[in-house]
Ligand binder design. Structure first.
Ligand code: PEP
Ligand code: MN
Length: 345
């Protein structure tokens, strides 16, 4: 883990530019390295290399146009708690992600039909989910497997979510699909295989929708947060992170759920943290136990794959919960979350 990158200065957005330029110029003359964040939602940030000055000394200078100075403790800036102490909460269609109450994101791996989506949406909403998931563009390991319904799938997803009062999360594979996705989705998911697709992450910084960023199965937690920094530093502060299992030497399960990642991310970052036990385990029978572990470890939300008839799933059939099994896990997970929150008071 790389640490202590130095100082961050947050400049007033409306600081007169000449003043800002003069300030930056004099800092650069002092040997500071700097970077301007594209974000229009925030102020500008400069990240100097570690050097002799302390944050307190810099504050004492009372530089014009400087709103805040703080010590950067990790290799990331915008996602860190030093940047923002309070939790970021994503909101869509009256549902929240983050901010205390456990949220449930549920739906099939792939959108397969209108009927499948309507039935699933009604059932998961009844069981307490606020978010409907489903892949319209599917990242499959083999090109000969079902690749998703594409645009038609987004229509089914939206219609079903609206009918059940849910918000929509779906995965983007290609920046060319973003205009269409923007019309149909509330949150754009970046899958594990694209966790470090930097041009895609930068584009999502400008997409105007919240982003759910899944951890790459070969990425460290720090690399995951740095991927979020790509989205945030290109203009989008609305990012959630998702632990979905990493590759280890273990072969008994599809991936290895990294429960450590949850409290680590919650401690270091202000972004909502989602847990996906479905892809982590790859087996429906293991999903409830790992889901409970995730809640106990502080996940803000669970993302669970659900299918009205799991054996008929076009993708990831082994890990799909029945609608009834989902209702049971949902009830237990919410009860545990409530219990833990009352305990903490
Ligand atoms: C998914 O959520 O459908 C998916 C493909 O997950 P991951 O990117 O985590 O493999
Ligand atoms: Mn899947």
């Amino acid at each position: 883990m790389s640490r202590a990158q130095g100082m961050v200065m947050v400049l007033e957005l409306d600081a007169p530019l000449p003043q800002g330029h003069a300030l930056w110029k004099s800092l650069e003359d002092c040997g500071w390295w700097s970077q301007q964040v594209e974000a229009s939602w925030a102020t500008l940030v400069r990240v100097p290399l570690p050097q002799a000055l302390s944050a307190d000394e810099l504050r004492a200078w009372q530089l014009p146009g400087v709103r805040r100075v703080f010590q950067q403790r990790d290799s990331f800036v915008l996602a860190g708690r030093a940047w923002q102490a309070f939790d970021t909460v994503l909101e869509a269609k009256g549902h929240r992600l983050g901010g205390g109450e456990l949220q449930l994101i549920a739906g099939p791996c792939s959108v397969e039909s209108r009927q499948q989506m309507l039935e699933t949406a009604m059932a998961v909403a009844e069981a307490g989910a606020g978010w409907l998931r489903g892949g319209a563009y599917k990242p499959r390991t083999s090109p000969y497997q079902f690749q998703g319904l594409g645009d038609k799938g987004l229509d089914f997803l939206r219609e079903a979510a609206d009918a059940a009062g849910l918000a929509v999360i779906s995965e983007v594979l290609d920046v060319r699909d973003l205009p269409r996705m923007r019309e149909r989705c509330d949150v754009i998911q970046v899958g594990s295989r694209n966790a470090q697709n930097l041009p895609l992450l930068k584009e999502l910084g400008r997409c105007g929708l919240p982003v759910l960023l899944k951890r790459g199965f070969g990425c460290t937690v720090e690399e995951t947060v740095l991927a979020a920094e790509y989205v945030m530093s290109h203009g989008n502060p609305q990012v959630a992170l998702c632990e979905r299992g990493i590759r280890s030497f273990e072969t008994a399960t599809r991936f290895t759920f990294d429960v450590n990642a949850l409290p680590w991310l919650k401690g270091h970052c202000h972004l909502p943290v989602v847990a996906d036990p479905s892809h982590a385990t790859g087996q429906a029978a293991l999903v409830p136990a790992v889901a409970m572990a995730a809640v106990a470890a502080g996940a803000d939300a669970l993302m669970l794959e659900v299918h009205p008839s799991p054996s008929r799933s076009a993708s990831d059939a082994e890990q799909a919960l029945t609608l009834e099994a989902f209702a049971r896990v949902a009830g237990r997970a919410r009860a545990l979350s409530l219990h833990l929150r009352q305990d903490a008071l």
